[in-house]
Write a protein that binds this ligand. Structure first.
Ligand SMILES: Nc1ncnc2c1ncn2[C@@H]1O[C@H](COP(=O)(O)OP(=O)(O)OP(=O)(O)O)[C@@H](O)[C@H]1O
Ligand SMILES: [Zn+2]
Length: 724
């Protein structure tokens, strides 16, 4: 008899419900002749003409009149995940309307999905057995040497043995001369904070340490206010008590400094990172270490949320406002939101931290769902940098930079400091325009112009990856006068290199940082450099500490002010304040300059005051009036196909059959109407509450999937969408 996560299974109801690792909406039933394995166990099952691996997710009775196939094999002696984590995956599949098998496959290391046996993942150490089994046996020279080494040195792991002696291990183990034993648990090396915490930091740590059960904290602290210090001090007390801490960050490549800080504070043997840049074997090792409890603190990206933890005590979500926490393909989950659910299922506290919290989280703090902890001042003596708007209308611009901004650069460099220029546009120019007929060169597969990359000599589409060489002439009028319009980071780099000869100009964007380690190298160069100019996209804005940067220039904000995406202004405010927060973090005060063609825009006045709380209040009020999230629950039904009429008829049919309780609008063309040859459109589905949205979506989608229109389009539901 086996035990389910919640109930006992009897011998008579031994039909297994299996979610196979495939994008299929339903689960499959199999017969199991042996006592049924618990849920969360892997099984191999016959599937189509072959076999698949899947997870036991439930039990049922064998339906009358049908014969089910038998499972091939049970792959595990125990469930891979605890009941709490299993529940999290079931919740995540149903909340985001995604197939359960694929949810499991996203959550597990790839090697486990392919059937790699579950082990503790720890390399054993070898020790001599005393007394030796058969002293009369004659041993070879290698065996004798190995025994002698282990007698003298004590137990050693395979890696610690000289390579020449390793082949002697199997025979000595088989004959009882040696035994394998578990390696001792790695030791914590706890250091307390090098700083005396400020009163607000201390209060936050006290509140966080006191929390034992589920509760959500919003740590809302200005840039450089010492939030990380608060996380680390809270984590320390949990680690001391023998427990584990999960630390989620938006992008691991951008936080080597954080990992370093954790290792220095808690001991490198107990701290690990987990992210998609690691090899499959590395990921499996961390997964096993977290599950066994040997690894005590994990710094990881989205997928780290699903790491099994033997003794979880705290989850930290740093930069909680960052949209990277939402997965953009496959299972469209939000790691931040599921982290909250996980904390609830594990009955532990969770802290969401940011200098610019998302409107959702602020709203939850306002209505008392989250506890609001605030750090209002920078931890160092430096104030937040003042922000000034530079008008661009009728000004002479060079590579998109006004005379005022260039003058400020000169002053900063002459004073021996560094400048950071933020421009969220890769490439040389965002479009090539025909000077005779005015038409832009569009991607043949998307409804967007291609970006000119001058260094590579290529026109590239940033939406679908299509690229081509520089055309000889305008495809519309055959003119040869094609000119780049607008400025990207490449153009800034070119221009500033000429304008400030002898000053290092360092560009940081996805075109020049392509490998892990490259970013660290450039950042190290920044730290050791004298006067320098840094140019960067979003990549540069996140969490970095540049003590010598005293001037931040934000080259252009106007695009976001007039975007059709209702989150654009929230993102703009977050980005501007985060980027500005890179200035003046050392011993010299900093300032931030913001270029705009519409300096009178009300949002810019608020930004200039630098008060995120006021901005958020203003934006929340706008959302409330417009009945948008977080005041309403929203999901999108997106569809795409090569033929626009198919997209339209699918969405129209869907809208017609929509269940009551949902407010439906559309179909609307997507912001990018055509991508990679597909026409795209969407329905907006709204309800007063998320739970209502859930209930309505479930039945409707099952029905939709069976309609003939649904087979002619690619469609997906995006619950709590972040990108449009
Ligand atoms: N109590 C303190 N006294 C002095 N210095 C401190 C204190 N707390 C933190 N610091 C220092 O202030 C700097 C910023 O701290 P930290 O990185 O923790 O801030 P943060 O709020 O996480 O920053 P950001 O949001 O900009 O990433 C660090 O160099 C840190 O060592
Ligand atoms: Zn394209």
């Amino acid at each position: 008899m086996a035990e389910d996560t919640g109930r006992f299974i009897t011998q008579t109801d031994c039909t297994l419900e299996v979610a196979v690792f495939a994008p299929l909406r339903q689960t499959f039933s199999y017969r199991c002749k042996t006592p049924p394995p618990p849920t969360g166990t892997r099984v191999r099952v016959p599937f189509g003409r072959g076999h698949r691996i899947g997870i036991v997710v439930g039990y049922g009775l064998e339906p009358a009149g049908t014969t089910l196939k038998d499972i091939d094999a049970i792959l595990d002696d125990e469930p891979l995940l605890t009941p709490a984590l299993q529940s999290l995956l079931h919740f995540g599949a149903s909340y985001y309307q995604h197939p359960l098998g694929e949810v499991w496959a996203t959550a597990l290391p790839a090697l486990l999905c392919r059937g790699r046996p579950l082990t503790s993942g720890e390399a054993p150490r070898y020790a001599c057995n005393e007394p030796s089994p058969d002293a009369a046996t004659r041993l070879g020279p290698r065996q004798t040497a190995l025994l002698q080494l282990l007698r003298e040195a004590g137990p050693l792991g395979r890696q610690e043995l000289p390579a020449a002696l390793r082949p002697a291990l199997p025979s000595l183990l088989a004959r009882g001369w040696l035994r394998a034993e578990d390696a001792p648990a790695p030791v914590l090396d706890l250091q307390s904070s090098p700083h005396a915490l400020h009163p607000e930091q201390r209060d936050a740590v006290t509140a966080l340490r006191a929390a034992r059960d589920f509760s959500v904290f919003l740590l809302d602290g200005v840039t450089g206010s010492g939030k990380t210090e608060v996380y680390l001090e809270t984590a320390r007390s949990h680690l001391e008590a023998g427990q584990q801490v999960l630390f989620l960050v938006p992008e691991i490549g951008l936080t080597p400094q954080l990992l370093e800080r954790c290792r220095a504070r808690f001991g490198s043997a107990v701290v690990a990172s987990y992210h998609s840049g690691q090899s499959e074997a590395q990921r499996l090792r961390v997964w096993q270490g977290a599950r066994s409890g040997r690894i005590r603190l994990i710094v990881g990206t989205r997928s780290a949320l699903f790491l099994p933890l033997a003794r979880p005590a705290l989850i930290v979500v740093d930069e909680e406002h960052d949209p990277s926490f939402k997965q953009q393909s496959g299972w469209l989950y939000s790691a931040r939101d599921l982290a909250i659910r996980r904390a609830q299922l594990e009955s532990i506290p969770i802290v969401l931290g940011s200098a610019t919290p998302s409107l959702e989280s602020l709203h939850n703090a306002h209505i008392g769902k989250y506890r609001h902890l605030r750090l209002r001042q920078r931890a160092t003596a430096m104030n937040l940098p003042p922000m000034t708007i530079l008008p661009m209308r009728r000004r002479l611009l060079q590579a998109g930079l006004s005379v005022d901004l260039l003058q400020a650069c000169t002053q900063t460099l002459e004073a021996g400091h560094q400048v950071l220029l933020f421009l969220n546009r890769r490439g040389y120019a965002p479009a090539l325009l025909c000077h005779d007929c005015g038409s832009a060169l569009f991607c043949p597969r998307c409804s967007a112009p291609m970006t000119w990359h001058r260094q590579a000599g290529r026109l590239r589409c940033h939406h679908c990856g299509h690229e081509e060489g520089h055309p000889r002439q305008c495809p519309q009028c055959a003119s040869v006068d094609l000119r780049p319009v607008g400025a990207g980071t490449e153009q800034l780099e070119d221009y500033l290199g000429q304008r400030f000869p002898g000053v290092p100009v360092l560009r940081i964007d996805r075109d020049c940082i392509t490998q892990t380690g490259q970013l660290e190298a450039v950042l190290a160069q920044v730290h050791h450099s004298g006067p320098a100019i840094l140019i960067g996209t979003q990549m540069l804005a996140k969490g970095h500490h540049f003590p010598r940067v005293t001037l931040v220039g934000i080259v252009n904000v106007d695009q976001s002010l007039f975007s059709a995406d209702f989150r654009a202004t929230e993102r703009l405010a977050q980005t501007v304040l985060q980027v500005a927060g890179r200035a003046g973090r050392g011993s010299v005060p900093g300032r931030a300059l913001l270029q705009s063609h519409v300096p009178e825009h009300p949002l810019l006045a608020l930004l200039q005051a630098g008060d995120y709380t006021a901005i958020a209040q203003h934006l929340l009020e706008e959302r409330r009036v417009a009945r948008l999230p977080p005041f309403r629950a929203l999901a999108l039904l997106r569809a795409e196909a090569h033929r626009l009429d198919r997209v339209q008829s699918f969405l129209a049919a869907a809208a017609e059959r929509a269940p009551s309780g949902l407010e439906i609008s559309g179909p609307f063309p997507s912001l990018l109407e055509r991508r990679a040859g597909f026409h795209r459109a969407e329905l907006w589905l709204e309800a007063a509450r998320r739970s209502e949205l859930q209930r309505a979506l479930k039945h409707w989608l099952t029905q939709l999937g069976t309609r003939p229109e649904s087979r002619r389009v690619r469609w997906v539901v995006d619950v709590d969408p972040l990108n449009f």
